[in-house]
Design a protein around this ligand. Structure first.
Ligand code: FES
Length: 575
């Protein structure tokens, strides 16, 4: 980049200044040992790092950031790494989703407030991808995602395992088929390398989302974290972001409506997580693209399932990479996608993926011989969910997609835990399990509890799946006939709050219907006696802000005042 071009660099407003201000901006940076020429007009690339030992999926990110830096230096940029709030799915209570929007604020303000010309977003564990992308969209300077990559496939007693097996192990333990010792051994066997969950859970879905949106380099999604080619991808991403600054290629140039529709179709083909819906919607609303809940059905429901990965299928992310990864899926979908959509490397989606080759048809199917004809997420409506609810049909039992059953209601998650294994609980395989107050405001934070584990007595009878309904989410690693994201949520006094034990509920996925078979007059009577449950410990602080401002699931569960973008300009200085 020539010094003439440097006039347009945002960072010149800091490091190019003369006098006292320029002195302060440069001098305090020089205490890190940077030579003076680093401040002479090189593009400053922020490396937005979600490294944390509390986010095990991202614990290798300090090392990965070094590869990014090598690429930035090599391309003539000046890399500066900075930490942002990191959200580890496994440890954070009550749920990492409560903090997705908070982390996105941290990212947005950190980028805007600092002398950055472009930014690398280091994403891994579930929420670290949407929070970083949402924040970057609201600033809209050149941004490129490098994902941390999945773990290697777990190996346990001669079997391949990964996160989806946690649900199976828990069920086996309930049935008395797995003792504590075996369970402990499985812990280490499953998480045997760096990286995020090794199935097509939310983290892998998010990595695939950014690749199909065009926000990462092609091939980014599936490379295992432990594979040296992950570092190569980081290195190349470091090089590329410097060029993106020169080209002024910003998220708003890449994230067109067509790019979002492409991502919806790719997500259907890979059997991606239902969490994709809330995150993609929130990103679209940040960048100003009109994506509605029905679009996920409209564009995704007739897309064939091309990927045979757990939790819906048999294989793991490592196998997906060896089979050719997401580029093969994108190539297979060429008649469905807008291949002209521009991506972060400046090429179109088709240019990037035209030469992709499949090396294992048991992992990635051709579009002519898919694993399932129609695989996307179905949006259902009815008096239980006037604004919609969603179901991942590829993870559900086909025989339960049309069903009538009596509701067994759990008033909250504690009530569920207390009663679900009570031998006296009146429930059978045809019952419909209903869980209230696990929506965005009600929990608060919309946790991944929608795939409630089945009662022990039914598991012992050999029951493997039942219809479940809630306003919560489901882990991307989970499976079952779970209707999720019911909107409006029960905490707002919607009909979900009024369901009682024994009410008949009718589900009919083909006709996109979820109906509470109780007369409207009866519901009105019940509504008169309803009041929202009290929240404990949320009368101040971020939790209070969240409850008062979070939007409903069908809008992406962002905070209402964060929707949209403010750009990158900051006119005032601190000294
Ligand atoms: Fe981090 Fe699954 S816990 S991706």
């Amino acid at each position: 980049m020539s010094s003439d071009d440097n006039k347009k660099l945002r960072s010149r407003d800091w490091f190019g200044k003369k006098g006292k201000d320029g002195f302060i901006y440069r001098s305090w940076m020089k205490n890190q040992g940077f030579p003076p020429d680093e401040f002479e007009g090189k593009p400053v690339i922020g490396i937005c790092n979600t490294w944390s030992e509390l986010t095990p999926c991202n614990a290798h990110f300090r090392e990965l950031a070094e590869s990014v830096k090598r690429g930035v230096w090599e391309a003539g940029g000046f890399p500066l790494e900075f930490p942002v709030m990191s959200l580890g799915e496994t440890l954070i209570r009550p749920t990492a989703m409560l903090y997705r929007n908070l982390a996105s604020m941290d990212v947005e303000e950190s980028i805007r407030a600092n002398p950055l010309d472009g930014v690398i977003l280091m994403c891994g564990c579930d929420k670290t991808t949407p929070s970083l992308v949402m924040g970057a969209c609201s600033v809209d300077i050149p941004a490129l995602v490098i994902s941390g990559g999945p773990m290697l496939t777990g190996k346990f007693r001669g079997k391949d395992i990964a996160t989806s097996d946690v649900w199976r192990f828990a069920a086996d333990q309930k049935k008395g088929e797995m003792d504590d010792e075996k369970l402990k051994a499985a812990e280490g066997a499953m998480c045997r390398s760096r990286g995020h969950c090794a199935v097509m859970g939310t983290a892998s879905t998010m990595a695939s989302m950014v690749e199909s949106l065009g926000l990462s380099l092609p091939g980014n999604a599936a490379i295992p974290a432990a594979d040296s080619r992950r570092k190569v991808m980081a290195h190349r991403s470091g090089r590329r972001i410097v060029d993106m600054v020169e080209e002024d290629l910003c998220p708003s140039d890449i994230l067109t409506k067509e790019a979002f529709i492409n991502a919806i179709k790719v997500n259907a083909a890979i059997g991606g997580s239902t969490n994709f819906i809330v995150h993609l919607t929130a990103i679209a609303r940040r960048i100003g693209v009109d994506i509605k809940l029905d679009d996920f059905d409209k564009y995704g429901s007739d897309i064939p399932l091309l990927v045979n990965l757990q939790p819906s299928g048999d294989h793991f992310m490592e196998d997906f990479y060896y089979a050719g990864g997401l580029p093969v899926v994108i190539k297979e979908l060429k008649d469905h996608l807008d291949g002209d959509a521009i991506t972060a490397n400046g090429k179109s989606l088709y240019e990037n993926n035209a030469a992709a080759e499949c090396f294992d048809r048991d992992v990635i199917a051709s579009v002519d011989e898919p694993f399932q004809e129609e695989a996307g997420i179905t949006v259902v409506r009815g008096n239980l969910c006037p604004e919609g609810a969603v179901i991942k049909t590829s993870a559900a039992s086909p025989e339960l997609l049309k069903h009538r059953g009596k509701a067994v209601v759990f008033e909250n998650i504690e009530d569920y835990h207390e009663r679900v294994d009570d031998p006296n609980l009146e429930i059978d395989k045809d019952s419909v399990m209903v869980l209230k107050y696990v929506g965005p405001k009600g929990y608060p934070g919309m946790p991944e509890v929608g795939n409630m584990a089945l009662p022990q007595k039914l598991l012992e009878e050999g029951v493997e799946d039942m219809v479940r309904i809630s306003d919560g989410r489901m882990s991307g690693t989970a499976f079952g006939t779970a209707f999720l994201h019911v909107s409006p949520e029960s905490y707002t006094g919607s009909n979900l709050a009024l369901v009682e034990n024994g009410d008949i509920i009718e589900v009919d996925v083909k006709n996109k219907r979820l109906h509470l078979d109780v007369p409207e007059e009866e519901l009105e009577e019940r509504r008169k006696n309803w009041s929202a449950p009290e929240h404990e410990n949320y009368d101040r602080g971020y939790g209070n802000l969240y409850i008062n401002h979070v939007e409903q699931a069908h809008l992406g569960a962002d905070l209402d005042f964060l929707v949209g973008k403010s750009g990158s300009e900051v006119k005032r200085e601190s000294h």
